[in-house]
Design a protein around this ligand. Structure first.
Ligand code: UDP
Ligand code: MG
Length: 331
């Protein structure tokens, strides 16, 4: 009988000088990109000079169907520095998460680790160095977590905090105050590539991958140029998507609410039937109006929540591609 091969500990060993890909999703970022590219290139050069990363490291700009000159800017940057700046252009605007995924999946086979960062440099690029250090120590996913929200408006701060705590109450595992600024090893990227869902919420998926992780903190600044593409309405829909993609808890809550109402209803019925015997005068317009409105809104909300999930199923079963790459600048 053949013996089992000896156990191998599957441990991640980062190369001495890993090839790092810095993936930047860009939607209408012509104003911010030249500055961002200069900053990030400088940072890569510094890390190469210190012997921390390979000179083959590069930044990969993903043009997410921009309507302005973003792709021309990327092309110019690539022509000036073909090794350091690469680009892909999506055929259509697919949103931040899909653009990021397109970049990560493109970089996956051409790097030892990829770091995603927004084009507006709100996330301090200095944290890239800390992430690389953690990666070299053996961490495979390193989350960038902002240390304070001092530069955000009070409104953004409050809504963002509500967003995190609501999600976690709903049973979604996310890292507090972490956006999509993170490092992932090539192995983590390959694991990510196995998640086939169309409703992409990377912040919920990546903690589920597991592997050895760590956190680095940084200060978040205001945008270097251009304006936010995440107004309140988009943030709200992002939050609902996050919850309904990862947790069925809202449906359970509807059920429990229904159950509680049923119990309350038993008392109401007892009262109504009892009042028949005592011939209480019926005035009750207020109570009828209140309950009709209350129950009406509860029913509508419940149907809405169920509809959210059915909508998700509808999208997922079609299994459509999440992005299409129209042009590349990779060599
Ligand atoms: N972005 C994208 N596609 C979109 C919207 C945004 O690729 O449809 C990119 C955008 O260029 C930026 C990042 O996603 O690099 C985050 O967007 P933004 O800074 O507008 O969001 P905020 O920081 O205000 O939440
Ligand atoms: Mg931003």
């Amino acid at each position: 009988m053949a013996a089992f091969p000896p156990f191998q500990t599957i441990r991640h060993q980062a190369p001495e000088q890993p090839v790092i890909a810095i993936v930047i999703p860009c939607y209408n970022e012509e104003a911010a990109l030249p500055y961002t590219a200069e900053k990030v290139s400088g940072l890569i050069d510094g890390l190469v000079a210190d012997g921390l990363i390979s000179p083959d490291s590069y930044m990969l700009c993903v043009n997410d169907g921009s309507r302005d000159n973003t792709w021309n800017v990327i092309t110019r940057l690539h022509e000036a520095n073909p090794r350091g700046v690469k680009g892909i252009s999506l055929a259509h605007n697919r949103g931040h998460q899909n653009a990021l995924l397109a970049g990560l999946m493109t970089a996956m086979d051409h790097c030892d680790a990829a770091i995603s960062i927004d084009a507006d440099l709100q996330d301090d690029p200095q944290a890239i160095r800390l992430m690389v250090e953690r990666f070299r120590e053996g961490c495979e996913i390193v989350y960038g977590v902002r240390s304070s929200r001092a530069t955000d408006t009070a409104f953004k701060r409050i809504t963002a905090h509500a967003f995190y705590s609501f999600q976690n109450k709903m049973g979604l595992e996310t890292i507090y105050d972490h956006a999509d600024y993170r490092l992932m090893s090539d192995r983590a990227l390959h694991l990510l590539s196995q998640y086939g869902e169309s409703n992409l919420f990377l912040r919920g998926i990546i903690p589920q991958i597991g592997l050895r992780t760590d956190i680095v903190t940084y200060e978040r600044h205001s945008r270097v140029a251009g304006e936010s593409k995440y107004p309140l309405a988009k943030m709200l829909s992002f939050s609902i998507d996050g919850i309904t993609s990862f947790s069925a808890r809202p449906m359970r809550w509807i059920f429990i609410t229904g159950l509680i109402l049923l119990i309350v209803d038993l008392f109401v019925a007892a009262y109504v039937i009892g009042s028949l015997f005592f011939r209480e005068p019926v005035s009750g317009w207020v109570s009828i109006m209140l309950s009709v409105w209350f129950l009406g809104s509860l029913i509508l909300m419940s149907i809405g929540i169920v509809g959210e999930y059915i909508g998700k199923i509808f999208i997922e079963v079609k299994h459509r591609p999440r992005f299409a790459i129209a042009e590349t600048l990779l060599d």
